[in-house]
Design a protein around this ligand. Structure first.
Ligand SMILES: Nc1ncnc2c1ncn2[C@@H]1O[C@H](COP(=O)(O)OP(=O)(O)OP(=O)(O)O)[C@@H](O)[C@H]1O
Ligand SMILES: [Mg+2]
Length: 515
């Protein structure tokens, strides 16, 4: 390269024009906050770093403003004094409280120097401002910028909360999740707690206190109220930021919207609850089926083994009774006569009871096909009462219209009434009243069988229709299950109400067509 050119370049770079260019380039490139002030302290030009530091969007916003307006009231007087002395001395790293439009007050170190012409005339000042970083987040500028750039692309809220100054940074995702802008967070250091759901506030404060005390990260779920009042479930991951002496100076946090996740969890919970219920129901059905199978085997055996000898026994009893009657006629003693009759009655009763057991078992295990005929209900009830052994201590009241006809299988319905009447009588060992009544409700016929007996305790209420459930020493626990099967085979239902020591009412509902 020719000597001349080299020399020319050297000359150019140290020339005043070159210095102007260097100044311009510095203003344009420097990440630091640099400002050019006129002799009155008005801002004439500034670097990008200055815009950012003081929270302005464009140079147009800042240029023309008074430098002293960027300084907090508390040190404006001192700053003016310093400014007046700039003619004669350079200002180096003087600490002022400065004011940022977005972040409010902050501490800054200001260096400034007069710009003088060769003639010595001062045409303005150059000022460099650096935010004070000691005691705050270390290495802030580089780390902070990288973090911000990364965080802006995220869907989760990312924030940095300074213990002293409140929110230093909040990314834009805050708008999507909370409805509040980062600026609203910068302006209100308590916004985080203010938008916490009241029911979760104590818990959130506890977590925060533990985090600061324990200096360990913390993770928890809470509800927040968005700006327009919507409740949103979020998960907060908070991490303490420590200074060199190990003190918590800031909190770094990530807030995730987990409303959807929560909903899925809730749905899963209900689904698994439904599944549990289904399993329980099926297990119950299986148990019932096992019961049925056991009863079926028992019924077949009992039916086979007992039916024939029982029939034979009844025949023999009948024959002996007839024979005894002839003999008894010759007996003078009335007491002996009566007791022979009583013995036969008792034998008959016991045999009938054995017959009931076999009929019950067989009824319960055989498929039911009602053979429905038009039946007079009052007749059916009275004839059933006649064949039921009702002690004299129990009074019977029947309140059924004499002309009420129902479409039922009379033999099956008789079995239902026998079982209900017997249960009622057995519930009144010291006597009482058995009442039977009927009524019509829409297209349903209601038949009520009530007693004034011992009642059914609460814990047995869900059990009494279960096959083989009995509280009686001589009971089979088949009466009510049979009643239900028969009534349901008639497309009806059976229910009950009971009070201990007051009595019980069973209600049969049957479909009824008038006429
Ligand atoms: N009217 C009633 N008052 C009080 N308890 C009753 C009444 N009816 C039924 N129960 C209760 O329900 C249980 C089941 O009745 P269910 O008729 O099915 O069987 P059981 O009477 O014990 O025996 P059985 O097979 O001889 O009828 C009874 O053991 C009794 O505890
Ligand atoms: Mg019974």
């Amino acid at each position: 390269m020719p000597e001349d050119d080299m020399g020319g370049m050297k000359r150019d770079l140290t020339s005043s024009v070159a210095k102007d260019r260097i100044g311009e380039a510095l203003l344009e490139l420097s990440p630091d906050a640099i400002m050019v002030l006129d002799s009155n302290g008005k801002i004439v030009d500034c670097s990008e770093g200055a815009l950012e530091l003081f929270g302005y969007k464009s140079k147009g916003d800042l240029i023309g403003r008074d430098w002293f307006n960027l300084i907090s009231d508390v040190c404006r007087g001192r700053a003016k004094m310093d400014f007046n002395m700039l003619q004669t001395r350079v200002l180096k790293n003087v600490k002022y409280k400065l004011v940022s439009r977005s972040r409010g007050e902050f501490d800054g170190l200001v260096s400034a120097k007069a710009l003088s012409l060769p003639s010595g005339e001062t045409i303005g000042f150059l000022a460099m401002i650096r935010p004070v970083t000691e005691g705050r987040v270390k290495g802030k500028p580089i780390f902070y910028e990288a973090l911000k750039r990364f965080a802006e692309g995220l869907d989760d809220v990312v924030f940095l909360y300074d213990q002293k100054d409140g929110y230093l940074y909040v990314n834009r995702a805050s708008v999507k999740i909370t409805g509040y802008t980062p600026e609203e967070f910068y302006a209100d250091r308590d916004l985080g707690f203010k938008m916490t759901h009241p029911d979760d506030l104590l818990m959130a404060k506890d977590h925060m206190a533990n985090l600061i005390e324990g200096k360990r990260p913390s993770e928890f779920r809470l509800r927040i109220l968005t700006k327009n009042g919507k409740v949103v479930w979020v998960e907060e991951l908070l991490s303490p930021v420590l200074d060199d002496s190990g003190e918590v100076i800031a909190i770094f946090g990530i807030v995730k919207d987990i409303t959807y996740q929560k909903r899925v969890e809730e749905e899963l919970k209900t689904r698994s609850k439904e599944l549990e219920d289904l399993v329980r129901e099926r297990t119950e059905q299986l148990r019932e089926a096992e019961h049925m199978a056991a009863i079926g085997r028992l019924a077949a055996m009992v039916g086979h083994d007992l039916r024939n000898p029982l029939q034979a026994l009844l025949n023999e009893v009948y024959l002996i009774r007839e024979k005894c009657r002839t003999v008894a006629q010759k007996i003078e003693d009335g007491d002996v006569k009566r007791s022979i009759d009583e013995y036969f009655n008792r034998i008959n009763e016991q045999v009938r009871y054995m017959n009931k057991i076999i009929s019950d078992l067989q009824d319960y295990t055989q498929p039911l096909k009602p053979d429905k005929v038009k039946t007079n209900l009052s007749h059916l009830i009275h004839s059933t009462l006649l064949t039921t052994n009702i002690p004299s201590t129990v009074s019977v009241v029947v309140n059924v219209p004499p002309d009420l006809y129902v479409d039922v299988d009379p033999l099956m319905m008789e079995r239902v009434f026998v079982n209900l009447f017997l249960n009622a009588v057995q519930a009144m060992p010291n006597g009482g009243q058995l009442s039977i009544s009927s009524s019509l409700e829409g297209d349903e016929l209601l038949i009520k069988v009530s007693d004034t007996g011992i009642g059914i305790p609460k814990e047995n209420m869900s059990e009494i229709f279960r096959p083989l459930f009995t509280t009686k020493s001589k009971g089979q626990g088949l009466g009510l299950p049979i009643c239900r099967r028969i009534v349901e085979a008639h497309k009806g239902s059976i229910s009950f109400e009971s009070k201990v020591n007051e009595g019980t009412t069973f209600t049969i509902k049957l479909p009824h067509k008038p006429g």
